[in-house]
Write a protein that binds this ligand. Sequence first.
Ligand SMILES: Nc1ncnc2c1ncn2[C@@H]1O[C@H](COP(=O)(O)OP(=O)(O)OP(=O)(O)O)[C@@H](O)[C@H]1O
Length: 240
Amino acid sequence: MNNSMITIKNVNKIYDNTTALHDVSLDIKQGEFIALVGMSGGGKSTLLRLIAGLEQPTSGSVTINDSSTDSLMRVMFQEDRLLPWMSVLDNLSFGSKDKNTKAHARQLLDLVELGDYANHFPNQLSGGQKQRVALARALMTDPKILLLDEPLGALDALTRRKMQDLILDICQKQNLTTILVTHDVEEAARMADRIVVMKNSTNSYEETCPKNRNVGQIGLVADRVLGEILEEPTLEKQTA
Ligand SMILES: Nc1ncnc2c1ncn2[C@@H]1O[C@H](COP(=O)(O)OP(=O)(O)OP(=O)(O)O)[C@@H](O)[C@H]1O
């Protein structure tokens, strides 16, 4: 049985004179957690945008192997993108008066441990709390695919670590197919089933992470991945 959720086949994405993606192929299984890492400008966010359907490839194909609905996929960004004039609860339910919608929103706030903050406004929350609201909001439509574009980049190390555990726990329990773009190789090694390194706009290196890994294994995987990333010639060398 083919249980692949996302199939990316020979994708190229060219903007004017810039090749953002070159011959990228990737098969992502249902329930798999993928981390995309690599040098700045390597095409990570571009690939995420193509998967989200926000842009189209120049050539090649991105196929989502599920009956497409609007709620299939949700993206979470580095900025929380909450509406400042709405309470936390309304940010999830978009002000809906529907009892079921509100109950679902409250359930999700409990899930992200913010049950007591439903009536707060975004400016009354810490950065980590705002990102937890953003996570709860992303889950409102019961998506099957979660796309995470550096969602923890602005958080301090301790909050970041707690958010990593929370996201992992939710993704596992809800069997979400997840793609995380991150600059933090240790975060990738801690969270992902598979790490894909974008090198010269190509996904030329992959690392499968051991299950139930310990701290030592996380460190080893992170080191190897970092070594792969740093092998890439600098931008100056590429254009020379
Ligand atoms: N809309 C656009 N128009 C023109 N060029 C773009 C556009 N979006 C991305 N690019 C270029 O494509 C390349 C890949 O960009 P992308 O943002 O995908 O990289 P990234 O790996 O996510 O980088 P970072 O880690 O810095 O966020 C870069 O050279 C970038 O300048």
